[in-house]
Ligand binder design. Structure first.
Ligand SMILES: Cc1ncc(COP(=O)(O)O)c(C=O)c1O
Length: 453
């Protein structure tokens, strides 16, 4: 095979996500995956340092997941889910609810993370309308949020270069401070603060103040618990999450936990809500739901929310669905992924990874380019700055992402920094020596003067 065959054919016909097609480097032609490694058409081996957009947990091409998928394909590949049901959908729902935070009792399937969020927003809105409170229409989300690329999910996300071309199609949401402790929105230090970014001070952007202002019209508060991902890999104090639940209760509104990134162990607990024993009213899942194999979304909710849709009046029906709702192949592989959690004690692997990341990344804290190192579960994060005192991240760091990506690629490591935030989020099956190797590569690149010229 011509080694550049895939790249040339791709260049002729394809259009990639988040990619300026005029100036982009050639795409990396991947022909095979195994464990934490991806193999290219031109014979390179790359360690998958972002779990293929945060989806993979058991490693690529896992024999058990391969078999689950093949076995289901031999029996039933797909069927309409409006008026049919099937074993993979039922079994997965039963098993998800067994591990999900207490109180969640219903599963609504969709296709991906954005649709899981879209379903959550629509459920919340219609829940209040069905209960006779149609004026509860405002969503409160956090700064630095990212919830997806569909219209509702974009509306709920932080205003950014990604959403700006589409502003005219987005709806307004109220926005509250996120607990971005390294750049505290209310100018305090985590070591001595009392989570004032959430409540207790006269600042109109705390969630408490936003709820004071919009409480009567608030449909729901939507958050990414414990780890805000695409908005900068911001790790929360668990007290903030507990406080969000408390405020939602105080103001009588719903709490939607977007666990699309954090679900299935990524933060060291099965679900990030567990860090503060929080029970959300609605929870969004996708990404690692299928072990990273198939597109599948699930929006879980309580019996209280579900009951508000039961009526002789058909207008109270939840009119939402997708052609591939509850796809049997995706559900079967998701169930097999849950099996692997129990059989292999995957959560313990994440906690071991967390220890290796803590120990390994610690030595990088003193580098002049490193503003902060953060670790949660299987995610190691390094926020790069041009000035450690002012925490400035402007100037040459703007172009830093692509240069870092290229430097890591040369070393056999696939990473995709988010602007000035470099992070490492591998499949959970990575070994201690592989983790140490990755940290060595990161240390070498961050000390390479050619990159930070
Ligand atoms: C927290 C969160 N919610 C939603 C999404 C959207 O998921 P998808 O890309 O599958 O639409 C993402 C994607 O990164 C995410 O991180």
């Amino acid at each position: 095979m011509n080694p550049l065959n895939l790249v040339l054919r791709d260049r002729t016909h394809l259009w990639h996500p988040y990619t300026q097609m005029l100036t982009r480097p050639d795409p990396i032609p991947i022909v095979r995956g195994e464990g934490v490694y991806l193999y290219t058409e031109d014979g390179r081996r790359l360690l998958d340092g972002t779990s293929s957009w945060w989806v993979n947990i058991h490693g690529h091409s896992h024999p058990r997941l391969n078999e689950a998928l093949a076995a289901q394909a031999r029996v039933l590949e797909h069927v309409v889910f409006a008026n049919c049901t099937h074993a993979p959908a039922v079994e997965l729902a039963e098993r998800l609810l067994r591990v999900a935070p207490a109180g969640l009792s219903r599963v609504f399937y969709s296709d991906n993370g954005s649709t899981a969020v879209e379903v959550a927003l629509k459920l919340a809105l219609q829940y209040w309308a069905n209960r006779g409170e149609p004026s509860r229409r405002t969503f409160i989300t956090l700064h630095h949020a990212y919830h997806g690329d569909t219209v509702g999910a974009m509306s709920a996300s932080e205003d950014s270069v990604f959403t700006r071309p589409f502003t005219s199609m987005l709806f307004n949401v109220a926005r509250a401070h996120a607990p971005y402790c390294y750049r505290c929105p209310v100018g305090l230090e985590r070591s001595s603060c009392h989570i004032e970014c959430l409540a207790g001070i006269a600042d109109t952007s705390t969630l408490e103040q936003q709820l004071e202002q919009h409480g009567e019209s608030a449909a729901a508060v939507l958050v990414e618990p414990m780890l805000q991902g695409a908005g900068g890999m911001i790790v929360w104090p668990p007290e903030f999450l507990a406080g969000v639940r408390h405020l939602c209760d105080r103001f009588g509104t719903l709490l939607i936990a977007d666990e699309v990134l954090t679900g299935f162990g990524r933060t060291g607990r099965m679900f990030a809500c567990e860090h503060a024993a929080v029970r959300p009213d609605i929870m969004c899942l996708s990404k690692a739901l299928t072990g990273g194999y198939m597109p599948l979304g699930a929006t879980l909710t309580t019996e209280t929310v579900y009951d508000a849709f039961l009526s002789e009046d058909r207008t109270r029906t939840f009119f939402h669905g997708h052609s591939f709702t509850a796809n049997p192949l995706a559900c079967a592989v998701a169930a097999a992924s849950l099996d692997l959690f129990h059989e292999t004690n995957r959560l313990e692997s994440v906690r071991a990874l967390e220890r290796w990341l803590h120990d390994g990344l610690d030595s990088l804290r003193t580098l002049p380019i490193v503003g902060e190192v953060r670790v949660i579960g299987g995610v190691g994060i390094i926020e790069l700055v041009t000035d450690r005192v002012t925490k400035s991240a402007s100037g040459y760091l703007d172009q830093m992402g692509p240069r870092l990506t290229a430097a890591f690629l040369d070393r056999g490591l696939l990473l995709r920094p988010l602007g000035n935030v470099l992070y490492f989020m591998p499949p959970y099956v990575i070994t201690e020596s592989e983790t140490a190797w990755v940290i060595d590569q990161i240390a070498a690149v961050l000390q390479d003067p050619a990159i930070f010229r």
